[in-house]
Design a protein around this ligand. Structure first.
Ligand code: NAD
Length: 476
């Protein structure tokens, strides 16, 4: 499949191309152009025209176009899902799930397009002010740069582009170089649904080249980024004065309380699913599990039993549960981190074998010390660590012992413990009797500490993607 850039509605090809390969067997899926600074400049100029054209669309028109886009994505579910599996390596079941969520995210954005509100400002509440009446409105920013990661190229791009368009902003998207073909297809759908072609641009290419040029462009009013902490920090140091939304990584933790023995099997299965979905390459994958000593042994036994039933292999086959990681380099790093933890005293209790360049068995490791990267950093692979703790307080302390703070979970029957956990754990989202991997697309989603800045979920993304404009009338 020969990919192209979409700039001002035109397909743009380049001599120099980047190959996209199927992570399972490294076969060629397609190519994309290697866009550069010049392409970004042209795309931003097009987006400025797109922004002006969007002013001609009412909130109703924008909502209608987004509804139509949602229907179009749904009608092409199978095509999108197959492409997702080929580019990302996620299983076909997971790809179908992502397409369904993308339809929902675009529909939610359509609904939100109709309720972007301001409110009255009481000017006469200041001393001596009379005969002044005013209000504020939420207005679009103009051109927004959207930089997206490889793991959910469809739904996470929808989380940026659909709210941006709902609010009347034009976009330039720089998708992950691993998974750009899905994003090109999405942009075509949005244009087909009725948005001005100049309002939806895609420039493919490398992060340090096309991505960096987008970040530095003075006419781009906001960068909405999802990706790693390292890249997020570079972007914020390079972009200068503009708005930023940063959806970054994590090493999500969950605590299992001593009163949970009656359903330890069910929790173990949930935790394993949360750690091994998309081969652990979800920003809220369960990575660190802290289990009360009274139920620790049973939990470990159950999670290993279930993990061994998972079928690892070709993501195109219906029965596969766990597919490959994105590339050989990622697999090398993951294996290296497991070996490091073992050298530091941890023990692999199940899995741990590398089956090919990119396939790693779902792995459970116990007694992982704080100093091991498996504990302190984001592993982004099919590895869960299970450590023993002796109290809720210790569980909270362990979960907070992280540079990240995206989501966390607790399993308990004790209301006070649940509340204490929710109060004291430093994260953007707390799941009670649920794994931290749980997310619905309308909820406010985002992190604290190094997990990011700002919130997504269409209602909240629209707040980030609009500016407040105050308007005051003197009636004296
Ligand atoms: P990445 O940071 O390597 O790349 C993300 C995007 O940034 C890509 O499009 C890349 O080309 C671009 N990029 C790289 N260097 C750049 C630069 N200097 N300037 C501008 N753009 C640049 O991330 P990835 O490997 O694609 O994705 C995995 C990471 O994303 C993980 O850390 C994961 O936790 C995180 N993530 C977070 C969320 C969330 O919502 N919080 C969701 C999904 C993934």
């Amino acid at each position: 499949m020969k990919g192209y850039m979409l700039i001002g509605g035109k397909k743009v090809y380049k001599q120099e191309e980047i190959e996209i390969r199927f992570p399972y067997d490294n076969s060629l899926v397609g190519t994309i152009p290697r866009g550069d600074e010049k392409d970004i400049e042209i795309a931003v100029e097009a987006a400025k025209i797109g922004y002006e054209k969007l002013k001609g669309m009412t909130a109703f028109d924008r909502a209608q176009a987004l509804q139509k886009a949602a229907r179009l994505i749904a009608s092409k579910s199978k095509e999108f899902a197959e492409l997702l599996t080929l580019e990302v390596g996620k299983t076909i079941k997971e790809s179908m799930g992502e397409v369904g969520r993308a339809v929902n995210t675009v529909t939610l954005s359509a609904e939100e397009a109709k309720r972007i509100f301001g409110e009255e400002v009481r000017f006469d509440a200041a001393p001596g002010v009379k005969n002044k009446i005013g209000f504020f409105r939420r207005v679009p920013l103009g051109v927004i740069g959207c930089i997206t990661p490889f793991n959910f190229p469809l739904n996470l791009t929808c989380h940026k582009v659909a709210p941006a368009l709902a609010a009347g902003n034009a976009v330039v998207i720089k998708p992950s170089e691993n998974t750009s073909l899905t994003v090109i297809k999405l942009a075509e759908v949005l244009i087909e649904a009725g948005f001005p072609p100049e309002a939806v641009n895609v420039v493919t290419g490398y992060g340090e080249e096309a991505g960096d040029a987008l970040v530095r462009n003075k006419d781009v009013r906001m960068i909405t980024f999802t990706g790693s902490v390292e890249t997020g920090k570079i972007i914020m140091s390079r972009g200068g004065l503009k708005k930023y939304a940063m959806e970054l990584g994590s090493n999500a933790g969950v605590y299992i309380d001593k009163d949970q023995s009656f359903r330890i099997k069910e929790i173990a299965e949930k935790v394993a699913r949360g750690g091994f979905a998309l081969a652990g390459q979800v920003c809220i994958s369960v990575q660190r599990v802290f289990v009360h000593e009274e139920v620790y042994g049973d939990f470990l036994e159950e999670i290993c039993r279930f993990t061994k039933t998972l079928k690892v292999g070709n993501p195109l086959e219906e029965e596969t549960d766990v597919g490959p990681v994105i590339d050989k380099g990622a697999a090398d790093r993951i294996v290296d981190w497991i070996e490091e933890a073992v050298r530091m005293g941890a023990k692999v209790v199940c899995g741990g074998r590398r089956l090919s360049d990119t396939l790693i068995e779902p792995t459970i490791v116990k007694n992982v010390p704080h100093e091991a990267r498996l504990f302190s950093s984001e592993v982004f692979g099919p590895v869960i660590l299970v450590n023993k703790v002796s109290s809720l307080e210790e569980g909270i302390k362990e979960i907070n012992n992280s540079p990240y703070g995206l989501q966390a979970g607790i399993f308990t029957n004790d209301l006070k413990s649940a509340f204490k956990f929710a109060e004291e754990v430093e994260c953007g989202g707390i799941m009670v009797n649920e794994i931290p991997t749980f997310r619905v697309d309308q909820m406010p989603y985002g992190g604290v500490k190094e997990s990011g800045i700002g919130r997504e979920g269409p209602k909240f993304a629209i707040e980030e993607m609009t500016e407040i404009k105050t308007i005051c009338f003197d009636l004296s």
